[in-house]
Design a binder for this molecule. Structure first.
Ligand code: B12
Ligand code: SF4
Length: 463
């Protein structure tokens, strides 16, 4: 029996997605445990639970409060979970997460009383104490969305000023063994505004490097972690901060490998070399488009030449790379998309991730789609209720079929190319790389779909 059950709803389709531990809930749980509450976390996909399974955990634990993390793509399942819980329990339900932060109206649509916008470590505790009768006031609950008798009171999202004061995420509630990757966050927020991106906090807050590296040490010594990912939205925003963490990681000689995500205009040769020397093995870059104009319009004002230079430097330093490419930006033609595929091949990254641009609340792209009359403001409700099955943005003259055909074509062009396959085979230096080369050969021979290769390649084999 737990007082509070926190739920990461089922959604994740691929084993790559299931390989990441969700850290938002462990951060919230940690603060609750510190104040003496008993908390459980259900990570549905990792535990193999669909809606009924999640509801049966709630029935078994009989909590007083349930918290549900809401990402946009999980809305239909979130709705069914709430319906299921309502049938078996009178517990109070609190929703939060990226979708609620950007679209508080969803609290009413989901028919729950409480939502929290933004970072909920403190506010969740405040709302729980209110529900349990420990405090009558909800004044301190920043970011609160209160739905009383269908009247919504909405506060601005809360982004915690001093993230150094937060306790470490309660990883013991989810373990690390079930996940291939655990994330560590050295900062929160991003100052940029890329057109499709749902990052809501423009104010960047950094953790003390010592505290970050202590957390890594705990992971290595306490959980036997050998590799982790810096989950920061953009890892190399502040070079001095990164350099200090690298220095400390080297000093501690933890022999831990790590990866990160950043922008090509935020690295240089010297930084990349220092990162490599402190255990970095993999860097993922948002390239977005092979057409400069489209990339610039989307918010990444980074020239083709700068991107070429950075991928070349990473190769020289032995850092593996991934180029992320998006299809379906405003104004993009099929010709532009094919240029993106060729640019990805020219960059020679170790992996390429091709995706179809998704509409997310709070993004510039969503505002543009609304203004263009391509979607209406009920899009999220329609999606939740299954009246709309996709969240794609369609540039003028492009159909949904075009987008997905190009996406498949991109994976085939990139991964089944003779040069790429030869490079993979000749570069085999570990079991993981051998497995990867075999997968690619099987896909080439049409024994397995390219999707399988790609999914596996997302594991990045940084060992
Ligand atoms: C790791 C990660 C993943 C992992 C794990 C996801 C997870 N459940 O945490 C995987 C690989 C599975 C994943 C998949 C996807 N992701 Co992702 N992911 C991230 C990433 C990089 C870090 C998440 C994290 O741990 N953050 C750190 C913690 C502390 O922050 P947090 O999770 O936001 O949690 C805080 C608040 O949101 C809030 N909160 C969270 N849960 C709850 C629950 C309650 C009850 C309350 C009150 C509050 C609350 O309080 C938390 C503590 O402060 C973020 C970007 C980012 N930097 O945050 C994108 C992000 C969350 N992902 C995003 C997207 C779009 C996706 C995918 C759709 C990608 C795709 N095309 O397939 C899928 C969808 C998966 C799904 N379940 O629906 C978007 C979400 C936008 C949206 N509106 O939904 C983000 C914000 C990226 C972005 N900038 O656009 N992702
Ligand atoms: S895509 Fe990256 S750089 Fe752009 S706004 Fe999002 S997190 Fe920031």
């Amino acid at each position: 029996m737990k007082d509070i059950v926190l739920i990461n709803p089922p959604y994740q389709k691929t084993s790559w997605e299931r390989s990441y531990s969700p850290l938002g809930l462990p951060y919230i749980a940690s603060n609750l445990e510190d104040k003496g509450h008993s908390v459980g976390i259900v990570d549905s996909d990792v535990e193999g639970l669909d809606v009924e399974g999640v509801v049966s955990v709630v029935a078994r634990e009989n909590p007083k409060v349930v918290g549900i993390s809401v990402l946009t793509h999980a809305l239909p399942k979130v709705c069914h979970i709430i319906e299921g819980i309502r049938e078996i329990s009178n517990c109070e339900i609190i929703v939060g997460g990226a979708h609620i932060t950007a679209d508080p109206e969803m609290v009413r649509n989901l028919g729950v009383k409480y939502g929290i916008r933004g970072e909920a470590e403190y506010s969740f505790l405040n709302v729980v104490d209110h529900i349990l009768g420990n405090t009558s006031s909800l004044e301190g609950a920043e970011g609160l969305v209160l739905n009383e008798n269908n009247i919504l009171r909405v506060k601005n999202p809360c982004f915690i000023d001093d993230i150094n004061k937060l306790p470490r995420p309660a990883r013991h509630l989810i373990g690390t063994g079930r996940y291939r990757y655990t994330c560590v966050f050295s900062s929160r927020g991003c100052p940029y505004e890329c057109i499709y991106c749902a990052e809501q906090c423009k104010r960047v807050r950094f953790r003390e490097p010592e505290s970050v590296v202590e957390e890594v040490e705990e992971l290595v010594k306490g959980y036997g972690v050998r590799e982790f990912e810096f989950g920061d939205s953009v890892f190399t925003l502040n070079h001095a901060h990164v350099l200090e963490m690298c220095e400390l990681l080297k000093k501690k000689n933890l022999r831990v490998r790590w990866s990160c995500i950043t922008r090509a205009d935020l690295v240089d040769g010297s930084l990349l070399r220092t990162m490599r020397d402190s255990g970095c093995r993999f860097v993922s870059f948002g390239v977005e488009s092979g057409v400069e104009e489209i990339r610039f319009r989307g918010g990444k004002e980074i020239t083709d030449d700068k991107i070429r230079e950075v991928f070349k430097q990473c190769r020289e330093f032995g850092l593996k790379t991934r180029a992320s490419i998006l299809f379906g930006s405003p104004g993009e033609t099929l010709g532009d998309m094919r240029k993106s595929i060729e640019f990805a091949r020219e960059l020679k990254p170790d992996y390429a991730l091709f995706s179809v641009t998704q509409l997310l609340p709070g993004t510039r792209l969503f505002k543009q789609a609304l203004a263009e009359g391509k979607v209406d403001k009920n899009i999220w409700l329609d999606y939740m209720q299954g009246k709309r099955t996709s969240l794609d943005y369609l540039p003028d003259g492009i159909t949904l079929e075009d987008l997905y055909r190009v996406n498949v074509e991109a994976f085939n062009r990139f991964y089944l190319d003779g040069g790429y396959i030869r490079g993979k085979i000749s570069g085999v230096s570990s079991l993981v790389e051998l497995k990867e080369a075999l997968f690619i050969l099987l896909a080439k021979a049409n024994v397995i779909p390219v999707g399988g290769v790609v999914e596996d390649s997302m594991h990045k084999c940084i060992e």
